[in-house]
Design a protein around this ligand. Structure first.
Ligand SMILES: Cc1ncc(COP(=O)(O)O)c(C=O)c1O
Length: 384
């Protein structure tokens, strides 16, 4: 098997062997349809409900607040659709550095229905001005217009963190609905969703060693979730379609493991992130970092000043067996530029590579990547 140095864990992570073992019986002997009333079906249903309970426990909420979905994209779409179609939100406040699963969904509602939006622009470090958010909430509240605030907890490209507790308090004060895309934080940070006064939060299993195509939407009891996908009455009438039983079991197991091992694993991953930051500073001239020092520990976004175009740098890394992204996974290998880096005003000053780490990354992986980067820069003429 080809050996890769995998430094793209914000794009996806390898499935944990223990997660696979938990899933396998639900792909083989427990194959019943959870809606069937006989024992084989009931076994599948019981597995779903046991995992709903364990996910809820890990996030400090009730199992009634957890809906299983096909991933972060579906969860984001469902939350926004529900806020607009069912909860009376006529104005959406979001930011220019959201994932496309939020940004493009918001844009579509604004183009095709009587919904307005405000797109907040962060500072060059990625921080939002919460006073600007409050001013907009005050303005809309005075006009009697209900707002949806959709802001991500951690940015997937640079790892900047939002103070979701503060945003939750603001939303409560001005009667706004609050959704947060927590795809990069659920499974990586200890989360007590109740504390944050969220109405909705999204998570994705494949970001923390669970299976792809699995996710959850947390919906508070203050909202009644309405289905985006219409059909049967699964997920308490809120998400039609036969449940992905093995995927749900995998999501539950992956979250259980990541929360159980969080203290040691987060310390370890943070140390790799620091190792790479320090090694790059020492061995590559004109390097700077887009990730704040106190951002999400799994992500390190690096700016190579006056280097070759980003796509060429990624191609050199690929040739050396190193997996990394230009921005998010959607922009890996593309030179169109990342909408996040563009929004931060950093696109003209060099090429950006996002390295992201997991419990499976080793210090040797980091050393080899830094050595490969040094060799790439030594063997190529800088762009003037
Ligand atoms: C912040 C963020 N939101 C949403 C998504 C989409 O999640 P999924 O791949 O589960 O649809 C991703 C995945 O890259 C992400 O990083």
């Amino acid at each position: 098997m080809k050996k890769y140095i995998y430094l793209d864990n914000a794009a996806t992570t390898a499935l944990d062997a223990e997660v696979l073992s938990a899933m396998l019986p639900y792909l083989t002997e427990h194959y019943g349809n959870p809606s069937s009333s006989y024992a084989l079906g009931r076994e599948a249903k019981a597995a779903i409900e046991a995992n709903r309970k364990s996910v809820a426990l890990a996030l400090g909420v009730s199992p009634l607040n957890i809906y299983f979905t096909s991933g972060g994209t579906e969860s984001n779409n469902t939350a926004i659709a529900c806020a607009v179609n069912e909860l009376g939100c006529k104005h959406i406040i979001t930011s220019s550095i959201e994932h496309h699963a939020v940004l493009n969904t918001v844009k579509r509602y604004c183009e095709r229905s009587a919904i307005d939006c405000t797109i907040l622009t962060p500072s060059t470090q990625g921080f939002l001005n919460l006073q600007e958010l409050e001013d907009k909430l005050i303005e809309k509240n005075k006009e009697g217009i209900k707002c949806l605030v959709s802001l991500m907890h951690a940015n997937n490209e640079i790892g900047v963190l939002l103070d979701i507790e503060k945003v939750g308090n603001l939303c409560e004060k001005y009667n706004a609905i609050f959704h947060s895309d927590c795809v990069q934080t659920i499974g990586h940070l200890e989360m007590d969703l109740k504390k944050y006064k969220l109405h909705f939060a999204s998570a994705s299993g494949h970001k923390f060693h669970g299976p792809k195509g699995t996710g959850i939407l947390y919906a508070s009891e203050r909202v009644k979730l309405s289905p985006l996908i219409i059909g049967g009455g699964q997920e308490r009438q809120s998400r039609a379609g036969t449940e992905n039983v093995a995927g749900i079991v995998g999501f539950g197991k992956a979250l259980e493991l990541s929360m159980r091992n969080h203290p040691e694993e987060s310390t370890y991953i943070r140390s790799l992130n620091e190792l790479m930051r320090n090694a790059l500073s020492q061995s590559i001239p004109d390097v700077s970092f887009n990730s704040p020092i106190d951002g999400l520990y799994t992500v390190l976004s690096v700016n190579f000043l006056n280097a070759m175009p980003g796509s060429l740098l990624l191609a050199h890394l690929d040739r050396a067996g190193i997996c990394a992204s230009g921005g998010s996974a959607c922009s890996s290998g593309s030179d169109g530029g990342s909408h996040v880096i563009n929004a931060l005003g950093l696109s003209s000053s060099g090429s950006t590579v996002r390295f992201s780490f997991s419990k499976l990354t080793s210090a040797t992986d980091v050393d080899e990547a830094v050595r490969a980067l040094s060799a790439i820069f030594q063997s190529t003429v800088p762009v003037a």
